[in-house]
Design a protein around this ligand. Structure first.
Ligand code: CS2
Length: 487
């Protein structure tokens, strides 16, 4: 029996379900990039707002690249089960805030029409770092990226989020409709500012007046988003459907912890997400940096080390002293140059991260986190590194983390037909595979300017520290690359 509106009454009484009349919900948010994370996070917060009686904030989700989510959710009236797993607790609820799903290029016209409609007040986004088409080192829009070039060539038929947002804003301006708020919910520092820069750069290419209007009139609040949400597996489907007794094609499994900090700047109003625990704050940069560096920086580090030592999940990696012995000093280095938000103790924050990472109920694959390193390293690890360099501090643990990424690239380069799940895979593997001497490998990878900029390869002290850590890892028999490198 399928999960849907009609069958909600079949759910066991203990399972929370939408406590509001979904037929009365007004769709006013368009979400670009409807994946597991959006459904564990923003859609859950919005569900709480709807349950409080404010029905003005339904979500129309859109899969920007594929129609998979649409195909999964439409037959179940867009309902889905969200399982919140603690180390020894589990709470499953059915979420109802998504009221329609569009998907893939075939729905691009409908999506554009929806975004251009006055009813749409917020366009929120989770498309991961690479979905913004920004140069990771400089933050400049990659005009030559094929998808961006295609949208610039035919801006009225956009496929990328930037093309869609710009064209929708253009339609609204022409029709005298106020602009929506663009709400980035991706793991990027200053995500709102980056989204604004990308949208403006795109807009300037097609219509200079529009760019001026966007700059003056559109709000792009920054946000800090946090909830560890692994990709759903078949085992998750079986488990969650067993708990609800109803068949959900794409349930979401997440942790108990959730955090959302938002800059309060909205062009056409916003839901009161604080009812669900969101924080509206003007200290957003401090929140973002704490989360990106302490959580995501450690995540990336343990995922590369986990991939090198055969640890499939984060919880498994947390059992290995080699890995925790690197994370502990890494957190010290990161915290030494961190400006924490008021009232937050970063030592406590790190302790809570350890507990979250050790959660055995989450099968969070190190391979998933190890993807897109080129897009993740700059804000997670290179930013605190640069802050330390500016203060004259050395960074042996951060250097080890970067060395681990380099080993991961070398390991992949030596697998016949191996590829990284990374938009820069070809460039990275070309550098990683062409040498066997540690110093040559480190130098060729460091020369990737889109990741490391010009400053880091030119910094002799950092290069020496990195090379030392690279050799140290190469000599460690637990590390899979040991035999491919002449250390
Ligand atoms: C992870 C994040 O995949 C990754 O890179 O570090 O998705 C992480 O789980 C979330 O940011 C937690 O909020």
């Amino acid at each position: 029996m399928r999960l849907n509106e009609k069958n909600l009454s079949q759910l066991p009484a203990t399972i929370q379900r939408p406590a509001y009349d979904r037929s009365k919900v007004l769709p006013s948010i368009v979400h670009l990039g409807i994946g597991a994370f959006h459904r564990a996070h923003q859609a859950m917060f919005t569900d709480v707002v709807l349950a409080s009686g404010d029905l003005g904030w339904g979500i129309v989700g859109a899969g920007v690249i594929s129609a998979d989510m649409k195909n999964a959710l439409l037959p179940q009236d867009c309902l889905y089960a969200l399982a919140e797993m603690g180390a020894d607790s589990e709470k499953v609820k059915v979420i109802g805030s998504i009221v329609d799903v569009l998907g893939g290029p075939e729905d691009a016209d409908k999506l554009l029409a929806r975004m251009s409609d006055i009813a749409t007040r917020i366009v929120s986004i989770t498309v991961t770092e690479k979905g913004y088409y920004l140069d990771p080192a400089t933050g400049k829009l990659l005009m030559q990226a094929p998808a961006i070039a295609a949208d610039l060539a035919s801006p009225a038929q956009p496929k990328t989020i930037l093309g869609l947002i710009v064209q929708a804003l253009k339609n609204r301006k022409a029709a005298g409709i106020p602009p929506f708020t663009v709400l980035s919910c991706d793991n990027l520092p200053n995500n709102g500012k980056l989204a604004k820069a990308a949208v403006l750069a795109f807009a300037r290419e097609i219509d200079a007046d529009l760019a001026v209007w966007v700059e003056a009139n559109v709000c792009f609040p920054c946000t800090m988003v946090d909830r560890i949400t692994p990709a759903t597996t078949d085992a998750d489907r079986v488990h969650v459907n067993g708990v609800t007794g109803l068949e959900d094609a794409w349930p979401v499994v997440t942790e108990e912890f959730v955090q959302w900090v938002i800059e309060d700047q909205f062009t056409m109003g916003r839901p009161d997400w604080s009812i669900g625990g969101a924080i509206f704050s003007d200290e957003i940069e401090c929140w973002e940096n704490m989360k990106l560096r302490c959580l995501n920086g450690a995540h990336s580090t343990l995922s590369y080390l986990g991939q090198l030592t055969g640890r499939e999940t984060v919880a498994d990696a947390m059992q290995l002293p080699l890995i925790t012995g690197i994370l502990d000093p890494l957190w010290v280095e990161i915290r030494e140059v961190l400006h924490a938000p008021k009232g937050v103790n970063t030592a406590d924050y790190v302790e809570s991260l350890k507990k979250r990472f050790r959660n055995p109920a989450l099968k969070h694959r190190t391979a998933q986190i190890a993807s897109d390193g080129s897009q993740k390293l700059p804000q997670r690890l290179l930013a605190p590194l640069r802050d330390r360099i500016a203060k004259g501090l050395s960074s042996p643990a951060i250097a080890t983390a970067i060395a681990a990424w380099m080993h991961f690239a070398v390991k992949t380069a030596h697998i016949p037909g191996g590829a990284l799940n990374d938009p820069m895979s070809a460039e990275i593997l070309a550098q990683a595979g062409k040498n066997v001497e540690p110093s040559a490998i480190v130098d060729s990878l460091l020369s990737l300017e889109k990741i490391f900029g010009k400053d880091l390869p030119a910094n002799a002290a950092f290069r020496a520290e990195l090379l030392g850590k690279f050799v140290e890892l190469a000599k460690n028999p637990a590390v899979a690359t040991a035999q491919q490198i002449k250390a």
